[in-house]
Design a protein around this ligand. Structure first.
Ligand code: NAD
Length: 513
């Protein structure tokens, strides 16, 4: 196996000081960085620097795109049968190495192993969907559209496509993209998050182990320099982006200005509406797992609970009681239910939001800043803010940490209006026992993914994922059927052949009918 992740001790004096030198993957070859720029990678549970990441120059990005462009000329012609076999082999590689991938996720992102295993499982769904490429790429056919005229359409690959991914799902989000793109006949350049790049490098290595030709999947590590080159590169046909809203907007505007097809998924502020008739235990369990799971660093995390009418006091109390029992610690400790945040700076930023909420008049029911932790990890306790109002920064901004805001609403209509006024529209959930109210919410909620008594309604791999409003720019949702459409362009053939009566070939039957 080519070692994209070769563990090379740097100027290490002991094993504890060893840092992993992460490499680019270009044309099937693991390459050290040539730009002279690097970034550190940390284990957030210990605060220790564990890796060194090369930050690609524009020229290094050009090399990766060139490798993908060369590979495309052959890959586009590889049969559907062969592509399917390779994708099945990749599916098995990822399934067999699930635990190893999960351990890398925990080591660099900090999420607990159970969450990391869940991330791998959700990523696998997308590879499994891509395994059905023979079905997804079937064209359409209309016989006798006009007399003697048949019309049919096929979907063709675009060419080289690029994916730019965020830190919070370092394996799953790349798997939202490249399996479908490559199954459709494209070649791919992946630019993972610089904060936790190890899992993406590892799943790319497994991809080559599965037997895919060199250059079909390339990985360049880097920051805005690499991203901006991909957005402008004339040979890149399409960009899939997942990250924060300001960067998603920049990606969308720049890449479309350069003539590319773009899907750019952004940030979120997901609301969970709790009606007075809801099962409060179910709602509280859901709120705690959806707000604090993965330290709140999920784009589908619940960050606002909208308590309608009489539900507010029992809901706040039920959530508070559960928070006391939450075990926060290193992700590789099986007893931990929540790990650290991604960086020390981000932890401090989240803690400062708690301060701002308190100063603005929110009631701090549980203050995560009070929690004590040993060592230098980037840990923060969980926070519950009650009586939050829409003018507060804790309501307006995406905090992306373990902070849950409770907004009290008098009626269902007030709750729905709150959702409509919110600039984001990723997910929204309602908790109720009333089927009529739930059905009405499906229609009223101004968001792309809706949960009915389900707090995190991430669609399965054979549907598609996409928010509305400031949570997504571009026309297509990501993965599933919309992903296949995004990564292909239609070609339509209109055909006419001579009437059989005029045929010069002996067809073996009377043709003068
Ligand atoms: P981010 O926007 O900081 O980074 C995402 C990617 O963009 C990274 O690869 C990064 O290197 C690159 N990037 C960052 N700044 C850039 C710049 N100025 N110019 C060009 N490229 C740049 O996001 P993050 O902090 O890694 O991830 C968290 C964010 O992602 C949250 O806002 C979260 O809601 C969002 N997210 C959204 C979804 C979704 O499906 N909508 C899924 C996961 C995460």
């Amino acid at each position: 196996m080519s070692t994209v992740l070769s563990s090379v001790p740097s100027a290490a004096t002991s094993d504890a000081d060893a840092v992993e030198r992460i490499r680019h993957l270009v044309g099937g070859e693991a390459r050290p960085g040539a730009s002279g720029r690097t970034a550190p990678v940390f284990n957030p549970a210990t605060g220790r620097r564990t890796g060194e990441l090369p930050l690609a120059s524009s020229e290094e990005v050009d090399e990766a795109v060139a490798a993908a462009a060369t590979a495309f000329e052959e890959w586009r012609r590889v049969s559907v049968a062969r592509r399917t076999k390779l994708m099945f082999a990749y599916r098995n590689q990822v399934a067999e190495h699930a635990r190893e991938i999960a351990k890398r996720l925990t080591a660099e992102h900090g999420k607990v192993l159970a969450d990391a295993m869940g991330e791998v499982a959700r990523g696998l769904e997308n590879i499994e969907y891509a395994c059905g490429l023979a079905e997804h790429l079937k064209g359409t056919y209309n016989e006798q559209a006009s007399t003697g005229v048949d019309v049919y359409s096929v979907r063709r690959p675009l060419g080289v496509v690029a994916g730019i991914t965020p830190f919070n799902f370092p394996a799953m989000v790349p798997l939202w993209m490249f399996p479908n793109a490559i199954a459709c006949g494209n070649t791919f350049v992946l630019k993972p998050s610089p904060r936790d790049p190890g899992a993406a490098s590892f799943i790319a290595e497994l991809f080559h182990e599965a037997g895919f030709p060199p250059g079909v999947l390339n990985v360049v590590h880097g920051d805005h320099v690499a991203v901006n080159r991909l957005l402008e590169h004339p040979a890149v046909q399409a960009i899939s982006f997942v990250g924060s809203t300001p960067v998603a907007r920049h990606v969308y505007e720049t890449a479309t200005a350069h003539g590319k097809r773009v899907q750019a998924l952004g940030g979120a502020k997901n609301h969970m509406v709790v009606l007075p008739d809801a099962d409060i235990d179910l709602a509280a369990d859901s709120a705690v797992s959806a707000a604090y799971g993965s330290a709140g660093e999920r784009c589908m995390a619940i960050s606002v609970a909208v308590a309608v009418g009489d539900s507010a006091d029992p809901l706040v109390e039920a959530i508070r009681a559960r928070m006391e029992k939450l075990r926060i610690g290193p992700g590789d400790d099986p007893a931990s239910e929540m790990g650290p945040l991604i960086t020390a700076e981000h932890r401090d930023r989240v803690a400062d939001y708690v301060r701002q909420g308190a100063e603005a008049g929110a009631r701090v029911v549980v203050d995560g800043r009070r929690a004590q932790f040993d060592g230098d990890g980037f840990f923060l306790g969980v926070t519950l803010l009650d009586h939050v109002t829409p003018d507060m920064t804790v309501y307006r901004d995406e905090i992306f940490g373990p902070v849950l805001c409770v907004v009290r609403a008098d009626t269902y209509h007030d709750a729905v209006e709150l959702l409509s006024d919110n600039p984001w529209g990723n997910g929204a959930a309602i908790f109720t026992r009333d089927g009529g109210a739930a059905r009405q919410f499906q229609e009223d909620a101004d968001a792309g993914m809706i949960g009915l008594n389900v707090p995190i309604p991430v669609p399965v791999g054979y549907h598609s994922f996409g928010g509305w409003k400031e949570s997504a720019f571009g026309a297509h949702a990501i993965y599933g059927p919309e992903g296949v459409h995004f990564y292909t362009k239609p070609k339509v053939m209109t055909t006419r052949w001579p009437d059989p009566a005029g045929s010069r070939v002996d067809l073996g039957f009377p043709t003068n009918r």
